[in-house]
Ligand binder design. Structure first.
Ligand code: BG6
Length: 459
């Protein structure tokens, strides 16, 4: 049996905007998702918007009971900025009550909450003044973080600032999957820089708060893989590592932006506007741990136009052949468990073996109801196989000395996912939106229960 370290965190991840519902209710103000849905509902799969979630706002007690039933000992979700501070300044007491009750429910049931501050849900009041393009957003975020620490710091010890900042930046400013859906590398770099500074100031607020806990950031990072051994592809791999991995991981863990990245931006006339004290702030405010979201590898080839680094990440979405390439047939993403071992080694060897955990890993499945049996349970053996393959590689990494303290699946209950709505299902529980949000455990949920009971599994 593959056994995991004592006190290993087993759980799942989700976010406030993807689960709470009550999107424009109980004092919450609009986010870019609410506004975008209002303006262009046709962009959203099946015209399902941010109110069509699993209604955790009302059903959180049932959710926590279901977490316990499958042996989860931890759960990551986020606070909604627009719910806690609807205008950015004044506290919404109803939100405080809701989150305190929800977090307390987890604690009472032995579930450790890991609470994230920003999961792609930009408040509309901030977007109206430019969002992350406006330097004021950095102080606005620091104020929000300070408020959250004051309101919940007695309950929550594990905090994170952002979920996948790179995804939010590239989807908003390069790939048109998030608002404002523009294609502009220069703006993307500035937005990225302000996001980094917002993270840094939130860490500073955390240190000032005196909370007896830890703070980290959740990143979608992995060593990129070249599509060939040709030097142009290997060069592209290096640039991809700089842009996609080191851009946040280096400052967050090592306290500095990599010189190679600054040079790459300089050569391409993409340097962001900065302030003098920023370098020192970055240096002084590193994190205690890292969360890594891993779904699929990044296979990189030389860009068609080598002068435009923005072209590199796009290659990820191009169809291409790869020897022994394994695909999730229900979502189209590559399955490459070995990357988890490579990530574990990267964290050990390049990032001072900082504590880290797998904060998301998962298998999205379209039309998953086709796998239901007569009892109504989804028999997702493919997901169990997926988890096993990934855990095997993670275990190898831990045996080799990497400081990994947990594994969270995306996700717990099938959730609404941005423009994709409910197209791809990921949960340990399915949800029936037409039947009072009824949750039904999947086969993978029951398998996970055994995994957590044994703190390991038979290969
Ligand atoms: C993760 C995000 O990268 O991918 C989640 O953190 C998202 O918010 C998940 O829901 C799944 O994405 P998709 O596009 O398959 O629904």
């Amino acid at each position: 049996m593959l056994k995991f370290p004592k006190e290993f965190l087993w759980g799942a991840a989700a976010s406030a905007p993807q689960t709470e519902g009550h999107s424009l209710m109980n004092g919450k103000s609009a986010t870019t998702w609410d506004k975008w849905f209002e303006i262009s509902p046709e962009k959203f799969n099946d015209k399902q918007g941010p109110s069509d979630t699993s209604n955790t706002y009302e059903l959180y007690r049932e959710d926590v009971a279901n977490m316990k039933k499958i042996g989860m000992n931890s759960y990551r979700t986020s606070i909604s900025w627009a719910r806690l501070l609807p205008d950015g300044q004044h506290l919404n007491n109803e939100a405080v009550e809701f989150y305190r009750a929800y977090f307390q429910e987890m604690l009472d049931n032995g579930i450790k909450p890991i609470i994230n501050l920003f999961h792609f849900d930009m408040p509309w009041w901030l977007m109206e003044k430019g969002g992350w393009e406006n330097r004021e957003s950095v102080d606005d975020f620091a104020f929000y973080a300070k408020t959250a620490f004051e309101q919940f710091g007695d309950l929550i010890t594990e905090w994170t600032t952002f979920n996948e900042p790179m995804v939010h930046i590239e989807c908003g400013y390069l790939y048109k999957f998030h608002y404002p859906a523009v294609v502009d590398m220069k703006r993307a770099v500035q937005v990225g820089y302000h996001t980094l500074m917002a993270h840094v100031l939130a860490v500073k607020e955390f240190r000032n708060s005196g909370i007896n806990g830890r703070i980290g950031i959740i990143l979608n990072v992995l060593p990129a893989y070249g599509r060939s051994d040709e030097s142009a592809d290997l060069q592209a791999k290096k640039a991809s590592d700089l842009i996609n991995t080191q851009s946040f991981l280096d400052p967050a863990v090592l306290g500095k932006i990599p010189a190679g990245l600054i040079e790459l931006f300089r050569q391409n006339n993409l340097l962001p506007v900065t302030e003098v004290e920023d370098t020192e702030l970055i240096k002084m405010n590193t994190v205690d741990f890292i969360g890594i979201n891993y779904y699929q590898p990044r296979r990189v080839k030389a860009p068609t136009n080598p002068k435009v680094p923005a072209e590199m990440p796009e290659d990820l979405y191009e169809p291409y052949d790869w020897p022994d390439k394994k695909i999730n047939p229900y979502r189209g993403w590559e399955i490459y468990p070995r990357a988890l071992f490579d990530i574990a080694m990267m964290m050990k060897d390049k990032y001072r073996n900082i504590p880290w955990y797998v904060s998301e890993n998962g298998m999205g499945v379209a039309d998953e109801s086709r796998f239901k049996d007569d009892s109504g349970m989804i028999k997702d053996q493919y997901r169990i196989d997926f988890i096993k393959e990934h855990l095997e590689q993670l275990h190898r990494g831990i045996e080799a000395g990497s400081n990994c303290f947990g594994y969270h699946m995306w996700t717990f209950v099938d959730c609404w996912s941005w423009l994709n709505g409910y197209r791809n299902r990921y949960g340990f529980y399915s949800v029936d939106l037409d039947n009072n949000y009824q949750r039904t455990v999947k086969k993978s949920g029951l398998w996970f229960k055994e995994l957590t009971k044994n703190n390991g599994f038979e290969l």
